[in-house]
Design a protein around this ligand. Structure first.
Ligand SMILES: [Zn+2]
Ligand SMILES: [Zn+2]
Length: 317
């Protein structure tokens, strides 16, 4: 399976500001002049820059896809990252009303559903959107999001595609084509949230965002459940620095240090830190990444491999 991150920002969309962009251009050009960069070396020069200069982590809210071996796409959450996905999908069967889109919902806070009204396949007759979640009232929640024309002109139930709602039970796997199995696990978050686990051909991908992993929570893993153990890729909430997590105790998000502790304790191969705090600049996110690596070193561990979630980042399992 292939995993692709399309929205990595927590809470609300956060575009790069003009001022940040200009400051970055100035810094890059100063370095290029200092190092006397020639045109044939531009690509290598850009690659050599620190992440705060050569990476825009991304401003879209949560959305990711899992593409199975057979090429079918499964969507995780409908933050604003789902809008560019819809634009891509309508170039294929979804553009002709022949598409089937399977969507898994972690929970319905705005930043996880706000992109759905801008997902073009939903407006095309013949497309089938299958929604999977452990929420018996998910349809009602999505209707409520766009039921008042003063806030959005198209009601959810009047959009032309066919919608079907499928109820999941935690840790009861659903089996899709090619032996792809998906199950979910409840998370500590205001109003609740669920992690999803995708398994195919002996590989495991887990998506666990909007969760406050504390010592008490991760002590349970391995005793009450082995849900998180030994994943090849775990995309995990790490919205805060350690200091901020103390100030925002019970807000339902995890500090990057705790996220790294989870990755170590659960024997994760690749740990991907996501749901970036909207008030953090790319410079701050790059700093958090370096500190996450230092924290792993301080724990005297070489694994997991740690990544910052970046829009467009993909993993092949
Ligand atoms: Zn969120
Ligand atoms: Zn949330």
């Amino acid at each position: 399976m292939e995993i692709k991150l399309l929205g990595v920002r927590g809470s609300l969309p956060t575009p790069l500001t003009n001022n940040e962009y200009r400051q970055r251009l100035i810094e890059i050009l100063m370095r290029a002049l200092r190092d006397n960069i020639q045109s044939e070396n531009i690509e290598a020069f850009i690659n050599s820059l620190p992440a705060e200069l050569n990476t825009v982590f991304g401003g879209n809210t949560t959305c990711a896809t899992v593409t199975s071996k057979a090429g079918n796409t499964y969507v995780l959450d409908c933050g604003t990252g789902i809008r560019p996905l819809g634009d891509e999908l309508i170039k294929g069967p979804c553009g002709k009303g022949l598409g089937v889109v399977n969507i898994f919902i972690t929970h319905t806070h705005w930043d996880h559903v706000q992109g759905l009204p801008f997902f073009k396949p939903i407006y095309i007759r013949g497309n089938v959107l299958n929604f999977y979640s452990p929420y018996p009232d998910l349809e009602d929640r999505l209707i409520t999001q766009q039921e008042d024309f003063r806030f959005f002109p198209a009601p959810f139930e009047k959009t032309a595609s066919t919608k079907a709602f499928h109820l999941l039970k935690p840790e009861t796997p659903l089996v899709f084509e090619g032996g792809l199995t998906v199950d979910c696990y409840p998370l500590k978050h205001p109003g609740g949230s669920f992690a999803y686990r995708f398994r195919q051909n002996g590989k495991t991908f887990i998506f666990a965002t909007d969760v406050e992993f504390t010592g008490e929570v991760f002590e349970k893993v391995g005793t009450e459940t082995d849900f998180f153990l030994n994943a090849d890729v775990l995309v995990i909430d790490s919205q805060y620095t350690l200091d901020e997590s103390f100030m925002k105790f019970d807000w339902g998000h995890t500090a990057y240090t705790a996220a790294v502790n989870c990755g170590i304790r659960w024997h994760i191969k690749k740990l991907v830190l996501t749901h970036h705090e909207p008030s953090y600049s790319d410079t701050k996110l790059a700093e958090i990444y370096r500190e996450a690596l230092e924290h792993r070193e301080a724990m005297r561990m070489k694994t997991p491999e740690i990544y910052m979630a970046v829009e467009g980042l993909t993993f092949l399992l």
